[in-house]
Design a protein around this ligand. Structure first.
Ligand SMILES: [Zn+2]
Ligand SMILES: [Zn+2]
Length: 388
């Protein structure tokens, strides 16, 4: 890929690549084509490439000078299992698979910055470019760590970035503290004694216990969690009985849902309270309950010092004042797996106005190519500021 001095980030080629990735989306741990392209374009720029971390994950590495400090910049590569209903000329060619979260843009921005830094080398130290698989709930970050990412590539800080509709493409938000909620799932099963629907007194009704549990569930956030601490508990699935047997009270009723928090303490509390409530209600109905809480993604909490560095880099490259009071999101990002182990900062880059109201994970969402330059310049400025 040729580059011209007037076009330090190879913008035309990077936009074409973004469209190509958009047209060929791949789900988590299946990013075979995407990671082949990334590896080739890193190697082509003289960047050391390590593959196979977390199956399809890639780490590109540049070391310059004698600086002993090492940092990692992370982009995610995966798409979502959903149909694309918009009509861009580079529309997804894969059924029920779509880049609806803009990870095609994340991949390209980090690649553009990596290739630029490989040419300019205006820093001293080591930078690792993480191209992570499977951010969308499939555990890509955890898989890279399980494959020894931190042992093989020791780092002093880690940085992440996500596109955000509603901010301009030359606008960023950089905020210290909680950015994204934890994202955990829980499941409760009420075990009653099934009986004839006409003779409830001969069994133990788990159905009614489940109903009480569902309404009481919301007292956890309303009455147990500190009102100054944000938290969400939602029930999202319920099953029990059979619509072909409306005269049968079933033995078991299952309920499952999600729990979200912005601190380790509240996360802990939600895990405890949901289980206690289920057990208490089961007892009051003379039945039993089983409970499981699956910790999936920790909250993303930005480190103070890493945030200062990110903020300075953002100020250097954006056309608008950097937003420093952007509200935290109840979404999750497994960037937290890295950020929990080393100081980190996760920032927002504008994606322009939400076209037709389409937000992340909407079947008409699209990454905005106008943001590529800001993103690539941000990554570059960050490396040059972090590794002096
Ligand atoms: Zn997403
Ligand atoms: Zn995303």
């Amino acid at each position: 890929m040729p580059h011209k001095d007037s076009d330090p980030f190879e913008l035309d080629a990077m936009i074409a690549l973004r469209h190509d990735l958009h047209a060929h989306p791949e789900l988590g741990f299946e990013e075979v084509r995407t990671s082949d392209i990334v590896a080739r374009l890193l190697a082509d720029a003289g960047i050391a490439v390590d593959r196979g971390l977390g199956k399809t994950g890639i780490v590109g590495t540049i070391s310059v000078g004698h600086g002993g400090r090492a940092i990692a910049l992370r982009a995610d590569m995966d798409a979502l299992a959903m149909p694309e209903l918009g009509e861009p000329k580079y529309k997804s060619t894969v059924a029920n698979t779509m880049h609806a979260c803009g990870h095609d843009g994340h991949t390209v921005m980090l690649l553009a910055a990596a290739r630029h830094l490989a040419r300019t080398r205006q820093f001293s130290g080591t930078v690792h470019f993480i191209f992570q698989p499977a951010e969308e709930g499939r555990g890509g970050a955890r898989a890279m760590l399980a494959d020894g990412f931190l042992d093989r590539f020791p780092i002093d800080a880690v940085y992440g970035l996500h596109n955000m509709p509603g901010l301009a493409t030359d606008e960023m938000a950089v905020v210290a503290g909680p950015q994204l909620a934890s994202s955990d799932s829980w499941e409760v099963a009420f075990h009653g004694i099934g009986t004839h629907g006409a003779k409830p007194h001969l069994g133990r009704d788990g159905m009614t216990a489940a109903a009480h549990f569902l309404t009481a569930l919301h007292t956890i956030v309303a009455r147990r969690v500190d009102p100054l601490q944000p938290a969400v508990v939602s029930a999202c699935a319920i099953s029990g009985g059979d619509f072909r047997a409306l005269n049968v009270i079933p033995d078991d009723v299952r309920i499952g849902g999600t729990a979200r928090a912005y601190s380790a303490e509240v996360r802990e509390q939600l895990e405890l309270e949901i289980g206690q409530l289920a057990a208490g209600i089961a007892t009051s109905f003379g039945i039993t309950a089983s409970y499981s809480f699956k910790r999936r993604i920790a909250p993303v909490i930005n480190d103070l010092k890493a945030t200062e560095t990110a903020l300075a880099a953002a100020r250097q490259v954006t056309g608008k004042p950097v937003v420093t009071d952007f509200p935290p999101s109840t979404a999750g990002d497994d960037f937290a797996e890295f950020g929990n182990l080393v100081p980190g900062c996760y920032v927002w880059l504008g994606n322009g106005p939400a076209v037709d109201g389409a937000l992340h994970h909407n079947s008409r969402y699209d990454f905005n190519d106008a943001a590529i330059l800001t993103g690539a310049r941000y990554w570059t400025a960050l490396v040059e500021a972090e590794l002096r």
